[in-house]
Design a protein around this ligand. Structure first.
Ligand SMILES: Cc1cc2nc3c(=O)[nH]c(=O)nc-3n(C[C@H](O)[C@H](O)[C@H](O)COP(=O)(O)O)c2cc1C
Length: 196
């Protein structure tokens, strides 16, 4: 079974560090056969505030459909004022009610300038994901002092942190392989669709 992953970058700042951390995860996904990835960068979507009309409704429809059809999702959020970024919250608010995230395994990655890291934003994201019926995975990676971890070109200067960030890709795919793929195969067998 092909695994489709959607990644969402919660920062829209030009040159943002969340995208630099996320790039390592995307690089790791790219090494995995049978894994297709759709990276979503929110600045391209012109997301409307909740209740207002979308400037580009077709882009929101594609965004919702992509998440709905994904096997798993990776949310990468910067820590802004002790919480998740407003673009990340707006993205989740634009994923419908009930949410397209429902029943999806979600890997969390947080990025912060400060010394305590993205503890508050990843905990908030975990609560929001659980609230909309998603399955936030236990392992979360929080990058502290990110301006010392990456240089301006996106090179990671901390080998241990790089390993942890890359690990998020494997954590999500392994969860999917160990749970969702088995469940789907079992359903196929029960429906007599296995060809056996
Ligand atoms: C509006 C705003 C609020 C921020 N608040 C925090 C904060 O509470 N804690 C912290 O460690 N860093 C904070 N930062 C710094 C970001 O964590 C930092 O820019 C980091 O690089 C991740 O964000 P980025 O992906 O947009 O670069 C804030 C940045 C912005 C723009």
């Amino acid at each position: 079974m092909a695994i489709s992953i959607v990644t969402i970058c919660g920062s829209v700042r030009p040159g943002n560090y969340t995208a630099k951390a996320l790039q390592l995860v995307l690089d790791e996904f790219a090494k995995m056969p049978d894994v297709e990835v759709t990276p979503v960068y929110l600045e391209a979507l012109e997301l409307p505030l909740p209740g207002l009309a979308a400037a580009r409704p077709e882009a929101i429809e594609v965004f919702q459909k992509t998440v709905k059809e994904a096997t798993g999702v990776l949310l990468a959020s910067p820590e802004y004022h002790g919480g998740i970024s407003s673009p990340m919250k707006l993205a989740i608010d634009n994923l419908g009610f009930p949410s397209m995230l429902a029943d999806k395994p979600v890997q969390l990655l947080g990025v912060a300038a400060g010394v305590i890291g993205a503890i508050k934003s990843t905990e908030q994201l975990r609560a929001i994901c659980a609230h909309v019926g998603a399955i936030p995975l236990p392992m979360t990676v929080s990058v502290a002092k990110v301006q010392q971890v990456f240089d301006g070109e996106g090179n990671c200067l901390d080998a241990e942190m790089e390993k942890l960030i890359r690990r998020t890709a494997h954590n999500l795919v392994e969860y999917i392989q160990d749970t969702i793929c088995h469940k789907i195969s079992l359903e196929e067998i029960l429906r007599g669709e296995s060809g056996a």
